[in-house]
Design a protein around this ligand. Structure first.
Ligand code: ATP
Length: 304
């Protein structure tokens, strides 16, 4: 079984408080983008979970979120068969793009299909949150508002089509470090309600003028490349720029594809400190869903 695990960006990210258990309360606008890891799953003998990965800096044991997702289902549903997981990573790691969470979500869906577990959406979401706060959103995909610790989801209408350039400086940002150093009293909070209204009205300029992420207040001073790449994208014609998640990936929304391609070329040419520069676009929830259910791939096979 072949699956796609899509990356996300956050056009809006607010932190509204800290819970007694140490988790932060968030209000985030989530958006799937057309950058994905490729995962293949196969039932095998031996009763073990065997993982291999295209990146040798990622562990293939229980520290890998894809393996953790598989173990959770195997234990919960007494699956006696083994599972082989092959991860082809295209999403940069520790980038603010939820690559690990997305891999976990795809594996949850893939294993439930492979072993015909017939899990309902709510059941999958309850398992997903045990792996990570972003995993329930990755099951859903598309445009959504995520609240609570990220697990309370409201689907929103699809973001209007637009070219997006994403660029990741080659530095690692620890999400824990960023949240620990966040001073909510000193940060400006983004207008998440206004952005939600703009998305509802299909008003892309209304979205770009409200782009905001409270975590920039920690990540930008710690990693100057974030501020520099935002400036570069703005200078090359982006209508709006922002850091995604806890960073360091930065994205810019562009008025047209030619401007986006031109900005990406310019970044690749002028900066050697970027791990990835990619022109992408928003992906609709229905497309994510088709890839999760296998319909998109089956359609392809039929036309081949
Ligand atoms: P978020 O936006 O949810 O904070 P992120 O993009 O910052 O996510 P990930 O790429 O998901 O971060 O990686 C975070 C950590 O998870 C890394 O330290 C990495 O070692 C670990 N990890 C475990 N499994 C995976 C996986 N399958 N893919 C990527 N990272 C993984």
């Amino acid at each position: 079984m072949n699956l796609r695990a899509y990356a996300k960006i956050n056009p809006g990210l607010d932190v509204t408080g800290t819970r007694a258990d140490g988790y932060h309360e968030v209000r985030m606008i989530m958006q799937t983008v057309d950058l994905y890891d490729e995962i293949s799953l196969e039932a095998c003998g031996g009763g073990e979970i065997i993982c291999s990965c295209s990146r040798d800096d990622l562990p293939c044991d229980d520290r890998n979120l894809a393996v953790r997702a598989a173990s959770l289902l195997v234990k919960q549903f007494d699956i006696s068969s083994g599972v082989k997981i092959r991860l082809n990573k295209n999403i940069p790691v520790a980038a603010g793009l939820a690559g690990g969470s997305s891999d976990a979500a795809a594996v949850l869906i893939g294993i439930s299909r492979l072993f015909r577990l017939n899990l309902r959406e709510g059941e999958l979401a309850r398992l997903a949150v045990q792996i990570g706060a972003d995993v329930p959103y990755c099951l859903m995909g598309g445009t959504a508002l995520a609240e609570g610790i990220g697990e309370i989801l409201t689907p929103l209408p699809d973001l209007p089509e637009c070219p997006i350039v994403i660029a990741k400086p080659a530095v690692s940002v620890s999400t824990g470090y960023v949240y620990q150093n966040l001073d909510l009293a000193k940060t400006e909070h983004p207008d998440i309600d206004g952005m939600q209204r703009a998305i509802g009205a299909g008003d892309l300029p209304g979205v770009t003028e409200r782009l905001g992420n409270v975590l920039e207040s920690v990540s930008e001073p710690a990693f100057p490349a974030i501020r520099e790449v935002k400036k570069n994208l703005r200078e090359h014609g982006a209508s709006g720029v922002l850091m995604s998640g806890s960073g360091p990936t930065v994205f810019g929304i562009f008025p047209d594809c030619a401007a986006a391609e031109c900005a990406a070329d310019e970044l690749r040419r002028s900066r050697s400190d970027l791990e990835i520069v990619s022109v992408t676009r928003p992906v609709k929830r229905s497309t994510v869903n088709d890839y999760h259910t296998g319909e998109q791939l089956d359609d392809r096979r039929q036309t081949q």
